[in-house]
Ligand binder design. Structure first.
Ligand code: SF4
Ligand code: SF4
Length: 168
């Protein structure tokens, strides 16, 4: 197979860059009169034009029942399916044989926010959330225990909606 080579001529010594410069400056100045798209975060967090998708997968949240107890029944499915191996579960059992989590922790730092834990949960207890402001100063603060997961109040992710594949 032959490969065609196009030889480009170098501009001569008398070429002026004035035209290209003016063209570039005109383009720059034209942006001064266009509507601004910059958002002054964190003062502005959402607007009519920009909001987080309801399918956003962010900080986890554990839903609770009417008594304020975690809905988790310590079935063990979410730590089993978690590809990042970042869920720690120690199951317990009360005198009636009901299972509950003695320890339930998620390391948000290791999590890849795939949403599998939410998908697999038979009790719809654990959810990824429509939330992203979870920065911390130390790594251990990213390990959310059960109390902290239950205290989250942000909306939960709707994940995949087959009737709305583009999230519109
Ligand atoms: S979102 Fe995925 S990676 Fe994160 S805890 Fe759930 S299953 Fe694990
Ligand atoms: S899948 Fe749901 S019920 Fe099972 S251990 Fe995880 S959070 Fe608890």
């Amino acid at each position: 197979m032959t490969v065609g080579v196009k030889v480009m001529k170098r501009p001569g010594a008398k070429v002026s860059y004035l035209r290209a410069t003016l063209k570039g400056m005109a383009l720059t100045f034209s942006h001064l009169f266009r509507p601004k798209v910059t958002m002054q975060y964190p003062e502005e967090k959402s607007s009519q034009d920009w909001t987080l998708s309801p399918r956003w997968r962010g900080t986890h949240r554990m839903l609770t029942d009417e008594q304020g107890r975690a809905k988790c029944v310590a079935c063990g499915l979410c730590p089993q399916i978690c590809p990042a191996n970042c869920i720690k579960l120690v199951p317990g059992e009360d005198e009636h044989g009901n299972r509950y989590p003695l320890i339930y922790e998620i390391d948000e730092f290791r999590c890849v926010f795939c949403g599998y834990c939410q998908e697999v949960c038979p009790e719809e207890a654990i959810h990824v959330g429509v939330h992203y402001e979870n920065s911390e100063f130390s790594r251990d603060r990213f390990v959310y225990d059960l109390e902290r997961l239950c205290a989250q109040t942000h909306p939960v992710s709707t994940l995949w909606d087959p009737s709305d594949p583009k999230g519109e």
